[in-house]
Design a protein around this ligand. Structure first.
Ligand SMILES: NC(=O)c1ccc[n+]([C@@H]2O[C@H](COP(=O)([O-])OP(=O)(O)OC[C@H]3O[C@@H](n4cnc5c(N)ncnc54)[C@H](O)[C@@H]3O)[C@@H](O)[C@H]2O)c1
Length: 669
């Protein structure tokens, strides 16, 4: 059995990363041996760790009385075999040179126990490529800390082709124990997640210089003026041009020959101008600072170029089953120190906007790595980025071999609903047991789903329907409420969430069938348009249960059909069918039971293609606000909305298409 309890850790290579990793383990109570082939590296590491611990004491992060304990848990060694033989976990952190790493890993795996887990902190190399040199490759894993390990929370935990699931999960748990934020990398693509996303970006900036699109200082001033802490060239100088060149060389062999098709970085490398470490790279460096010449920010680049490149690579990472979207988002935010990652950026854009951007980058740079990912090309980016788990076909073969202790997050984002998309139509289906009763969980799920739909730029229309032929039989009355205030609050909460449907910029259509009773009826009333089956049972049975329609029903129904009819329906609790509801003006169309689904979807699809989204939103606002205010205020809302529409691109498209007798293509702008 591999990897029993981990208490003793050996870190091989006491450089920038190795000494930091050792310090993290010592701070968390582990016994650590830091090994390096060079005694001067060990001395430097010891001093750096002591300085770092003293700084933490000064800032109050750790207590003075713990100093000796932490430092006492650290041992220093120049004997690789001996240091490995005593460890439960060995982490290799020697320089990023394939043969050197293989040599060290081979020695480590021959000297340590058979149950010792062996990790590598490689930034780019596939774990499976290094695994050949490890005896017992099922215990070999990628543990990619970020620089500086004591500060940065992100750790990529990477599964090689042979890594066992139990080792994968044990190391994932161990990283959490260290207070880190680990992300699961299920397949060991070169660069894993963060550096893989960085790879086409580095190439892009190399080509910007090769093609003389802009000068480094123009790009870096542009980046800073857009709020980034450092421009890309300053950052590459800081990291080291040699590191960037080595990575590109590796990606050229392992990802695509395109990574070998740029020169700017290699030119600097060949002149030994490596950035901060040599005092000169793209810039001259003085006192640890880049001397960036003054320049106007370039107008030849757009921040969206870079973001589109990142989104494109993130999509490929998900398509290839390397990592899940949430983990990619976390990885980019924490690994690149950014407030947002590619997944959240993509959520604010439409598939066609992203496709247009990445196509223009591809056209300008002329390399295949910038071609749109399959999911972008097929208009399925939204679906790919909504993934919460890998499909079983994508789970690497070794996943079946041993039980996994902790699974990635659950498949469905909602327990009581299903949200899917078809082009510009969202389909929100209630799925709460047989009758789709509405309880606190349904209300919570509805709120999140309506917000998700409302912020999705791709969506124009949403269909709200039930399942098993039933829309909803109403509120679940078996829930426990401990006080009057609790019950009142339950009512307020429902009202707030239902009102989000009314206030949503999307057109909501409710498909009423089976039962639309009580809370279910109110949910339908919150939508803009209602379709029904002939035999649906609609009504408010509340008064017969000692309550009243408390989720907007008393207000919405009266506004919709007038006080007299609303009073009759609410006070009598009488049920009506679809035809009667149509006669009363509650539903717009009535269909036989077996065609209502198709008819509703056909209508939704057509509407989503034909209406201008912003105009639809403002029309909703005018109708809904107008029903609550004096006529003149309503008319002002209408006039102001018209004024707002005057400035949109869609008005030009709508009028232009009408005059040219063609179908308009609205962008929602
Ligand atoms: N620097 C970063 O920002 C960063 C971030 C994440 C991961 N990494 C990865 O971490 C690893 C180490 O990078 P680094 O920046 O700490 O490098 P580094 O050059 O600072 O440190 C490497 C250390 O390994 C020692 N070493 C060399 N050969 C050895 C051997 N045969 N046995 C034992 N020790 C040996 C060196 O003396 C040196 O102290 C690399 O794989 C790198 O890609 C680096």
């Amino acid at each position: 059995m591999i990897g029993l309890e981990i208490r003793k850790v050996t870190v091989v290579g006491a450089g920038l990363m190795g000494h930091g990793i050792a310090e993290v383990f010592a701070l968390n109570g582990f016994e650590v041996t830091l090994e390096d082939a060079f005694p001067e590296a060990l001395n430097k590491a010891r001093k750096s760790i002591e300085t770092s611990i003293d700084r933490m004491i000064k800032s109050g992060k750790i207590k003075q009385e713990n100093r000796d304990g932490i430092l006492g848990r650290l041992a220093y060694s120049s004997e690789l075999e001996k240091a490995s033989s005593e460890a439960d976990l060995v982490i290799e952190a020697v320089p990023e040179i394939m043969d050197l790493k293989k040599d060290v890993l081979s020695k480590v795996s021959s000297s340590c126990r058979a149950d010792t887990i062996i990790g590598t902190n490689t930034s780019n190399f596939r774990i499976s490529d290094l695994a050949d040199s490890v005896k017992g490759p099922d215990r070999f894993i990628g543990i990619h800390f970020f620089n500086p390990p004591v500060v940065l929370k992100l750790v990529e935990v990477i599964k090689g082709d042979s890594t066992s699931n139990s080792v994968f999960e044990q190391i994932f748990g161990l990283m959490k124990e260290l207070g880190k934020v680990p992300i699961r990398v299920f397949k060991d693509s070169p660069g894993f997640v963060v550096n893989r996303i960085n790879a086409p970006e580095s190439l892009f900036f190399c080509l910007v210089i090769d093609k003389q699109i802009a000068k480094p200082e123009e790009v870096d001033h542009f980046a800073r003026s857009n709020g980034l802490p450092m421009g890309p060239y300053e950052l590459m100088d800081y990291v080291g041009i040699d590191t960037v060149v080595h990575s590109l060389d590796y990606y050229k062999k392992s990802l695509s020959p395109d990574y070998g098709k740029c020169h700017a970085f290699h030119d600097l490398y060949n002149r030994s101008e490596l950035g901060l470490k040599t005092g000169k790279g793209f810039y001259v460096w003085k006192d640890g600072k880049a001397q960036i010449p003054p320049a106007e920010p370039t107008t030849k680049l757009d921040l969206m170029d870079i973001l589109a490149v990142e989104i494109n690579e993130a999509a490929k990472i998900v398509e290839e089953g390397i990592a899940l979207p949430d983990d990619i988002e976390t990885g980019v935010k924490l690994g690149m120190n950014r407030p947002f990652g590619p997944v959240s950026v993509a959520s604010g854009l439409t598939n066609s906007e992203i496709m247009a951007k990445i196509n223009s980058v591809h056209e300008r740079m002329g390399l295949d790595v910038f071609k749109p990912a399959k999911s972008i090309e097929s208009g399925k980016l939204r679906e790919i980025f909504a993934k919460k788990e890998l499909a079983s076909a994508e789970v690497p073969a070794s996943a079946a071999e041993s039980p996994v202790t902790e699974q990635p997050k659950q498949a469905s984002a909602y327990e009581t609903l299903q949200l899917s998309r078809e082009g510009k139509v969202a389909i929100l289906e209630l799925r709460n047991q047989k009758l789709n009763l509405i309880n606190a969980k349904v209300v919570e799920d509805l709120e999140r789903a309506v917000e998700e739909i409302s912020s999705d730029r791709e969506i124009v229309v949403a269909v709200l329907r039930g399942s098993n032929g039933i829309f909803s039989a109403g509120a679940e009355l078996s829930q426990f409420f401990s006080s009057v205030a609790d019950f009142m609050n339950f009512s307020r909460r429902g009202q707030t969430v239902f009102k989000k449907i009314q206030d949503s910029p999307k057109i909501f259509i409710s498909q009423m069938e089976g039962y639309a009773l009580g809370g279910g009826f109110e949910l339908s009333l919150s939508c803009d348009i209602r379709f029904a089956t002939e035999d649906v049972q609609i009504g408010f049975p509340e008064l017969q249960r000692g309550i009243l329609p408390g989720w907007t029903g008393t207000q919405r129904l009266a506004k919709l059909i007038g006080m007299s009819r609303a009073s009759f329906l609410i006070l009598s609790s009488e049920r009506i069918n679809g035809k009667q509801a149509h006669d009363l003006g509650i539903v717009s169309r009535v269909f036989p039971k077996d065609t209502v689904g198709k008819e509703t979807m056909d209508f939704a699809r057509k509407l989503s293609e034909e209406v201008a989204p912003v105009a639809a939103y403002l029309a909703k606002v005018s109708i809904n606000r107008g029903s609550e205010t004096p006529m003149d205020s309503g008319l002002w809302t209408e006039a102001i909305s018209m004024g707002l529409l005057y400035g949109t691109e869609d008005i030009k498209e709508g009028v232009g298409a009408f005059l040219q007798k063609r179908k308009p293509e609205f962008k929602g702008k």
